[in-house]
Ligand binder design. Structure first.
Ligand code: 5AD
Length: 349
């Protein structure tokens, strides 16, 4: 309890203290203490508002081979797809009708989407929906590429760092990928003025509390505008098929810690959390989250974007569902249509 009080007082802990605090996540009383504080902070800054992002999973083709991911290059058992520009724009049109003012273009690292094609997509969306934010989540690219996409109108970028420990990073990714490059991308994105989202999986194979403490220290250093975390969930076609999934409770605990550390951060209750627990979204909100990202992809493709097994994507998860809004209201929140930018004057605070 002492560490929790110290975190609440100082908004930070040493790495060693973070690891010790996280080791106590099974203590329900402790979780409640941190969740209450996280919720208090979130209400002070954002009130009861829940921001929504329309997620468009526009390609499941990927040149990378991340060991945990269902759409990794060397999985031969999934049907690959790539949405056309027209399909993507019609997702936006549907989303706009439904009240979405942020579109997240997420995909694998698909070579078809050159700078030119992506920039054209971004500028087309921004031209048609000037009141909307465009978020890109298309992996590692060069500084020049990020610059071009920013100039084309992209506002935000999601790139989870996955783990801030180089050793664990190496156990989760092939040697062609490196933590150093991942971090460089995040700093490049920051310097270009994107609102940047980092993040990691909770309970990834081989992950310890020390690793998670390192993740928290990295977030503190990076000062991202957004943080995406969710439990690891095994995918049957990966080498981690038999590994246990990450803990919902530890994920919720981390959401609270992150809210306390980065008070203004935009923090989604992720699809993975909703997949692991039927009330994952609500529990995430009550632990300090303030964003949900329903699926706006064409219904026919949703199952094909399978990063992990049993991903929710057709029921309440879908963007067209009004159930989500009702459930958020029941939990004491209000889904709003606003763009939900990071409060600019406070950036980095
Ligand atoms: N379980 C949970 N999350 C996963 N991701 C990829 N594979 C899995 C999995 N098996 C996450 C990664 C990636 C994000 C798009 O999805 O953290 O950055």
């Amino acid at each position: 309890m002492e560490l929790a009080e110290k975190l609440i007082r100082k908004s930070t802990l040493t790495k060693k203290e973070f690891a010790e605090l996280l080791g106590q996540y099974e203590d329900e009383y402790l979780r409640k203490r941190l969740a209450d504080e996280a919720l208090r902070i979130r209400k002070e800054i954002y009130g009861a508002d829940v921001f929504i992002r329309g997620l468009i999973e526009f390609t499941n083709i990927c040149k990378n081979d991340c060991y945990y991911c269902g759409i990794r290059k060397s999985n031969p058992n999934i049907k690959r797809y790539r949405l056309t520009k027209e399909e993507i724009l019609s997702c936006c049109a549907r989303g706009y009708e439904l009240g979405y003012r942020t579109f997240v273009l997420q995909g694998g690292e698909d070579g078809y989407f050159t700078d030119e094609r992506l920039a054209d997509l971004v500028s087309s969306i921004k031209r048609e929906y000037p009141d909307c934010a465009v978020t890109l989540s298309v992996g590692e690219r060069s500084y020049e590429s990020y610059k071009l996409l920013r100039e084309a109108g992209a506002d935000r970028y999601l790139l989870r760092h996955e783990t801030a420990d180089a050793g664990l990073y190496g156990r989760l990714h092939p040697s062609a990928m490196s933590l150093a490059n991942r971090k460089q991308c995040l700093y490049d994105l920051k310097s270009l003025g994107y609102q940047v989202g980092a993040g990691f999986m909770v309970g990834a194979p081989g992950q310890t509390m020390d690793h998670l403490a390192e993740d928290l220290k990295f977030l503190e250093e990076l000062q991202p505008e957004m943080v995406g975390i969710g439990p690891f969930i095994p995918h049957h076609d990966t080498q981690f098929a038999k590994e246990p999934a990450g803990s919902v409770e530890l994920t919720l605990f981390l959401l609270s810690v992150i809210r306390i550390m980065l008070p203004r951060v935009l923090l989604p209750a992720t699809t993975a959390l909703g997949t692991m627990d039927p009330y994952g979204r609500e529990k995430g909100m009550l632990a300090g989250a303030n964003v949900v990202m329903p699926n706006l992809s064409p219904a026919k493709n949703r199952k094909q974007y399978a990063l992990y097994d049993n991903k929710i994507c057709t029921g309440e998860e879908a963007a067209e569902s009004s159930v989500l809004a009702r459930r958020m209201e029941t939990a004491g929140f209000r889904v709003v249509s606003a763009r939900g930018d990071f409060p600019a004057e406070q950036r980095g605070k």
